[in-house]
Ligand binder design. Sequence first.
Ligand SMILES: [Cu+2]
Length: 121
Amino acid sequence: MGTFLLNTLGIILIVFVVWWFWLSKKGAGTAVKGNSIDIIVDGGVYDPGVIHTKVGKPTTLRFIRKDSSPCAEKVIFSDLEISADLPIGQPYELTITPQKAGEFDFTCQMAMYRGKLVVEE
Ligand SMILES: [Cu+2]
């Protein structure tokens, strides 16, 4: 009985971890209204995590970091060769004018936080 309970808990934990790392970050994404969008950095997720913008459109990503752990302190767009330090308690504005269409991941330095900038034609 004890083993059964542990296995059940283990399975529930695995399902939760899968949900947390993949499913909770999927979705249609959020379009940038105007030229800027607020992104909350907290609890291991960027919210919103998928952001849609257009080629040639200057897009200001306002990172609002609430997570004080060192994990959240950097945001890195590896494909775009952009990285920035995010302060706590004050928004950090990063303006990007995408030059080509595609999907560009952004992460913290350990890739625990994961987001995606989707650039459309
Ligand atoms: Cu991290």
